[in-house]
Design a binder for this molecule. Structure first.
Ligand SMILES: Cc1ncc(COP(=O)(O)O)c(C=O)c1O
Length: 439
């Protein structure tokens, strides 16, 4: 199906969303508050979610493999989570002081992640990564940070670098150039961000060693979850752990997405011990959340006692009781059996898609870990951000819109997630629908 045809079908199905979008355009630039969720010609407006499904303003039902960009591990409106949040809300929405649920969620998360001696809460993954890189600078007394080409860590200046650069202007594969991903990022910040090539341990070591005295931290999404879910090669993460340790560079695992792959996140799965970890998405039960933590000697920069507060961490809604209640009710349901079920759903989906692509002779592949998957439109061997760029740039959008028109929601670039609200039949429906869309 052509993109034009998909857009025509989409418009025909979504008249009420179009009307809402036109109203939105009068009061918001581009009609929205979240760049990620915008797509041409306009996004559909969601009115309700229940389990594995969402309904739009025109009453169209869709099976949701987006899950608010991987946040909703239990699906929409999980009854225990809804009840916990309702009970918390009935006792007050937010307070000018701490509340017990904050302590309980902190206990749950630090138990699950042994490298997190201590933790602090924020309101988004963006805040979490911002604080993690700041405390790394405070602790090491160094100014630069290192990150991977293609990796997304939120929307503060320090990580809005080389997120989706055009390789033509981003230097060589082995020595990527740091490129601002947004206007407004100061050139001074870009100069202080060192960009690394994913899965090339020797190149990473060379680059890091050259500036070792200046680099405070290396921040890693261990799954490269926003650039194709490209698995780290055997020994790659170990090598990074070794190099950073040798040179006093703090290793930050950004597990905002990857925490969902197991009880202790990707660090448990890969057996790596980072110095700091950032979290978000699933840990708030669907409400706004972020968290960061790790080694006590590093995190102590946030200890406000006896005038030793070396880093200020305000936040009117940090650790608000609703988010904490939603987070606790979510974590309580993430048992070993739940993770096994999520893995099984992910395996079934990936296997089904692989069979489909083979049968159709379609030039694509699927990657992923546990409940996460990514549909690629290339047969190239995937090793890093550059290799995962689709040859036909419109293929992901065409597929996304085709699925939307056929009642299935993915993310626009191809990332998807199974939730515990899904059945095997839901996963099979994804594969069948994809078959029709790719036809
Ligand atoms: C790996 C990673 N880090 C950080 C963030 C930022 O989180 P938030 O959108 O809550 O600011 C995201 C969001 O998708 C993410 O995927």
């Amino acid at each position: 199906m052509t993109l034009d045809r998909a857009i025509t079908d989409y418009r025909a199905k979504t008249p009420r969303s179009r009307q809402l979008f036109e109203e939105a355009l009068r009061v918001m630039p581009g009609g929205n508050s979240r760049t990620t969720t915008f797509f041409d010609p306009y996004p559909f407006y969601i009115t309700r979610g229940d389990g594995a499904r969402v309904w739009d303003a025109d009453g169209v039902e869709r099976l949701d493999f987006n899950g608010n960009y991987t946040s909703l591990i239990l699906g929409h409106a999980n009854p225990q989570v809804v009840k916990a949040i309702q009970d918390a809300a009935a006792s007050g929405m937010s307070f000018p002081g701490p509340s017990e649920p904050e302590v309980r969620l902190a206990e749950i998360l630090t138990r699950r992640i042994p490298t997190m001696d201590v933790i602090r809460f924020a309101n988004s993954g963006t805040e979490a990564t911002m604080h993690a890189v700041r405390v790394a600078r405070a602790f090491t007394g160094r100014a630069k940070i290192a990150k991977f080409e293609g990796a997304y860590h939120g929307t503060h200046d320090w990580v809005l670098v080389s997120v989706a650069p055009d390789p033509a202007t981003a230097g060589s594969r082995k020595r990527p150039k740091s490129v601002a991903w947004s206007s407004g990022v100061p050139p001074m910040v870009v100069k202080h961000v060192v960009t690394l090539p994913w899965n090339d341990a020797e190149a990473c070591e060379r680059i890091l060693e050259k500036q070792k005295e200046d680099i405070a931290a290396l921040i890693i999404d261990p799954l490269l979850a926003n650039a194709g879910l490209i698995p780290p090669r055997e020994g790659f993460l170990e090598k990074l752990r070794d190099v950073t340790q040798r040179h006093g560079i703090l290793l930050i695992f950004d597990e905002v997405i990857s925490f969902r792959v197991g009880r202790g996140g990707a660090q448990e799965r890969f057996g790596i011990r980072p110095d700091l970890t950032t979290l978000g998405k699933i840990i708030g039960g669907g409400l706004p959340v972020g968290a960061f933590g790790g080694r006590a000697d590093v995190m102590n920069f946030y200890d406000p006692r006896e005038g030793r507060s070396r880093i200020n961490h305000g936040g009117t809604f940090n650790a608000n009781p609703l988010t904490m209640a939603g987070g606790i009710a979510t974590m309580e349901q993430l048992t070993p059996e739940a993770y096994a079920r999520l893995d099984a759903l992910g395996d079934r989906l990936r296997e089904g898609v692989r069979r489909l692509l083979r049968r159709k002779g379609y030039a694509g592949q699927v990657t992923g870990v546990g409940s996460l998957f990514w549909l690629h439109h290339t047969r190239k061997k995937l090793s890093d951000y550059r290799s995962a760029r689709p040859a036909d740039a419109s293929a992901p959008t065409r597929t996304f819109l085709g699925l939307v028109n056929d009642g299935v929601l993915l993310t626009q670039r191809g990332l998807g997630a199974c939730s515990l609200a899904m059945s095997d039949a839901d996963v099979d429906r994804f594969v069948e629908t994809l078959g029709r869309v790719l036809a």
